[in-house]
Design a protein around this ligand. Sequence first.
Ligand code: CO
Length: 182
Amino acid sequence: MLLTKDILDEKNPILRKKSKEVSFPLSEEDKQNIDKMVEYLRNSQIDEIAAKYSLRPGMGMSAVQIGVLKRYITIVHETEEGNFNTYIVINPKIVSESKEKIYVEDGEGCLSINRETIGIVPRCARVTVEGYDINGKKITIRAREELAIVFQHEIDHLNGILFVDKIDPKNPFKYKDTYRAI
Ligand code: CO
Protein backbone atom coordinates (compact mmCIF):
# COMPACT_ATOMS: atom_id res chain seq x y z
CA MET A 1 0.00 0.00 0.00
CA LEU A 2 1.02 3.59 -0.57
CA LEU A 3 2.25 5.55 2.42
CA THR A 4 2.65 9.30 2.81
CA LYS A 5 6.43 8.99 2.34
CA ASP A 6 5.83 7.50 -1.13
CA ILE A 7 4.25 10.73 -2.36
CA LEU A 8 6.72 13.06 -4.05
CA ASP A 9 7.52 16.35 -2.37
CA GLU A 10 7.49 19.64 -4.29
CA LYS A 11 11.30 19.67 -4.23
CA ASN A 12 11.23 16.75 -6.65
CA PRO A 13 11.61 18.13 -10.21
CA ILE A 14 9.36 15.38 -11.64
CA LEU A 15 6.39 17.31 -10.27
CA ARG A 16 7.23 20.11 -12.67
CA LYS A 17 7.03 17.94 -15.77
CA LYS A 18 4.06 17.60 -18.06
CA SER A 19 2.39 14.19 -17.94
CA LYS A 20 1.69 12.23 -21.13
CA GLU A 21 -1.64 11.11 -22.54
CA VAL A 22 -2.55 7.51 -21.79
CA SER A 23 -3.72 5.01 -24.41
CA PHE A 24 -6.06 2.07 -23.88
CA PRO A 25 -6.19 -0.65 -22.74
CA LEU A 26 -4.50 0.46 -19.53
CA SER A 27 -1.46 -1.53 -18.46
CA GLU A 28 -1.71 -3.70 -15.37
CA GLU A 29 0.76 -1.35 -13.74
CA ASP A 30 -1.45 1.66 -14.34
CA LYS A 31 -4.49 -0.21 -13.00
CA GLN A 32 -2.53 -1.09 -9.88
CA ASN A 33 -1.36 2.50 -9.49
CA ILE A 34 -4.95 3.70 -9.69
CA ASP A 35 -6.06 1.17 -7.07
CA LYS A 36 -3.25 2.24 -4.76
CA MET A 37 -4.01 5.93 -5.19
CA VAL A 38 -7.72 5.45 -4.46
CA GLU A 39 -6.93 3.22 -1.48
CA TYR A 40 -4.59 5.85 -0.05
CA LEU A 41 -7.10 8.68 -0.43
CA ARG A 42 -9.90 6.68 1.12
CA ASN A 43 -7.82 5.37 4.01
CA SER A 44 -6.41 8.82 4.65
CA GLN A 45 -9.93 10.12 5.30
CA ILE A 46 -10.86 7.34 7.73
CA ASP A 47 -9.48 8.50 11.08
CA GLU A 48 -8.55 5.10 12.57
CA ILE A 49 -6.72 3.90 9.45
CA ALA A 50 -5.06 7.28 8.90
CA ALA A 51 -3.79 7.24 12.47
CA LYS A 52 -2.58 3.65 12.26
CA TYR A 53 -0.47 4.27 9.15
CA SER A 54 0.21 8.01 9.75
CA LEU A 55 -1.49 8.96 6.50
CA ARG A 56 -1.75 12.63 5.72
CA PRO A 57 -5.36 13.21 4.62
CA GLY A 58 -5.98 14.04 0.99
CA MET A 59 -8.93 14.15 -1.41
CA GLY A 60 -7.09 13.98 -4.69
CA MET A 61 -3.96 12.50 -6.20
CA SER A 62 -2.52 12.56 -9.68
CA ALA A 63 -0.19 9.89 -11.04
CA VAL A 64 2.78 12.27 -11.18
CA GLN A 65 2.68 12.49 -7.39
CA ILE A 66 3.84 8.87 -7.24
CA GLY A 67 6.37 9.52 -9.98
CA VAL A 68 4.29 8.33 -12.94
CA LEU A 69 4.15 10.94 -15.70
CA LYS A 70 0.81 9.83 -17.13
CA ARG A 71 -2.42 11.75 -17.34
CA TYR A 72 -4.69 10.16 -14.76
CA ILE A 73 -6.16 11.47 -11.55
CA THR A 74 -8.10 10.02 -8.64
CA ILE A 75 -10.42 11.81 -6.24
CA VAL A 76 -12.19 10.44 -3.18
CA HIS A 77 -14.80 12.91 -2.03
CA GLU A 78 -16.59 12.40 1.28
CA THR A 79 -20.13 13.67 0.70
CA GLU A 80 -21.33 12.83 4.19
CA GLU A 81 -19.78 11.04 7.15
CA GLY A 82 -18.41 7.73 5.91
CA ASN A 83 -19.89 8.08 2.41
CA PHE A 84 -17.30 8.45 -0.34
CA ASN A 85 -17.64 9.19 -4.03
CA THR A 86 -14.67 8.02 -6.06
CA TYR A 87 -13.62 9.59 -9.35
CA ILE A 88 -11.00 8.09 -11.61
CA VAL A 89 -10.37 10.05 -14.79
CA ILE A 90 -7.88 9.19 -17.51
CA ASN A 91 -6.76 12.02 -19.83
CA PRO A 92 -9.00 14.53 -18.01
CA LYS A 93 -9.73 17.84 -19.66
CA ILE A 94 -11.72 20.85 -18.46
CA VAL A 95 -14.16 21.58 -21.27
CA SER A 96 -16.10 24.38 -19.63
CA GLU A 97 -15.82 26.50 -16.53
CA SER A 98 -17.86 29.09 -14.68
CA LYS A 99 -16.99 32.76 -14.68
CA GLU A 100 -17.59 32.77 -10.95
CA LYS A 101 -14.43 32.25 -8.92
CA ILE A 102 -14.08 30.78 -5.44
CA TYR A 103 -11.27 29.85 -3.09
CA VAL A 104 -10.72 27.67 -0.04
CA GLU A 105 -10.91 30.03 2.90
CA ASP A 106 -8.47 28.03 5.04
CA GLY A 107 -6.08 27.72 2.12
CA GLU A 108 -5.62 24.91 -0.35
CA GLY A 109 -3.51 21.89 0.55
CA CYS A 110 -1.53 19.32 -1.39
CA LEU A 111 0.02 16.00 -0.45
CA SER A 112 3.20 17.17 -2.20
CA ILE A 113 3.50 20.42 -0.26
CA ASN A 114 4.81 19.87 3.22
CA ARG A 115 5.09 23.38 4.57
CA GLU A 116 2.81 26.14 5.75
CA THR A 117 1.44 28.28 2.93
CA ILE A 118 -0.71 31.38 2.97
CA GLY A 119 -2.84 33.00 0.34
CA ILE A 120 -5.77 32.60 -1.98
CA VAL A 121 -5.88 30.25 -4.94
CA PRO A 122 -8.56 31.48 -7.35
CA ARG A 123 -10.57 28.61 -8.82
CA CYS A 124 -13.69 28.31 -10.95
CA ALA A 125 -16.79 27.57 -8.91
CA ARG A 126 -17.99 25.02 -11.47
CA VAL A 127 -16.21 22.98 -14.12
CA THR A 128 -17.14 20.30 -16.62
CA VAL A 129 -14.48 17.65 -17.01
CA GLU A 130 -14.28 15.16 -19.86
CA GLY A 131 -12.06 12.12 -19.93
CA TYR A 132 -12.14 8.34 -19.88
CA ASP A 133 -12.84 5.70 -17.28
CA ILE A 134 -10.47 2.78 -16.69
CA ASN A 135 -12.11 0.85 -19.54
CA GLY A 136 -11.61 3.65 -22.02
CA LYS A 137 -15.24 4.74 -21.99
CA LYS A 138 -15.78 8.48 -22.40
CA ILE A 139 -17.08 10.19 -19.26
CA THR A 140 -18.28 13.68 -18.40
CA ILE A 141 -18.33 15.02 -14.86
CA ARG A 142 -19.90 18.25 -13.71
CA ALA A 143 -18.30 19.41 -10.50
CA ARG A 144 -19.01 22.36 -8.27
CA GLU A 145 -17.59 23.96 -5.16
CA GLU A 146 -15.01 21.85 -3.29
CA LEU A 147 -15.09 19.03 -5.85
CA ALA A 148 -14.56 21.51 -8.70
CA ILE A 149 -11.49 22.85 -6.90
CA VAL A 150 -10.05 19.37 -6.49
CA PHE A 151 -10.49 18.63 -10.21
CA GLN A 152 -8.72 21.88 -11.14
CA HIS A 153 -5.94 21.18 -8.64
CA GLU A 154 -5.34 17.62 -9.91
CA ILE A 155 -5.44 18.56 -13.59
CA ASP A 156 -2.90 21.31 -12.84
CA HIS A 157 -0.56 18.60 -11.51
CA LEU A 158 -0.65 16.90 -14.92
CA ASN A 159 0.72 20.13 -16.38
CA GLY A 160 3.43 20.53 -13.76
CA ILE A 161 1.54 23.24 -11.87
CA LEU A 162 1.25 23.38 -8.07
CA PHE A 163 -1.34 25.41 -6.19
CA VAL A 164 1.32 27.67 -4.68
CA ASP A 165 2.12 28.91 -8.22
CA LYS A 166 -1.32 30.51 -8.31
CA ILE A 167 -0.87 32.62 -5.19
CA ASP A 168 0.23 36.15 -5.88
CA PRO A 169 3.46 36.43 -3.83
CA LYS A 170 3.19 40.22 -3.54
CA ASN A 171 -0.41 40.17 -2.44
CA PRO A 172 -1.48 36.67 -1.36
CA PHE A 173 -4.96 37.80 -0.30
CA LYS A 174 -5.65 40.03 -3.30
CA TYR A 175 -8.93 38.34 -4.23
CA LYS A 176 -10.25 37.90 -0.70
CA ASP A 177 -13.26 40.16 -1.24
CA THR A 178 -13.63 39.73 -5.00
CA TYR A 179 -14.09 35.98 -5.04
CA ARG A 180 -16.25 33.79 -2.84
CA ALA A 181 -14.73 31.86 0.07
CA ILE A 182 -15.82 28.30 0.66
CO1 CO B 1 -1.81 18.36 -5.02
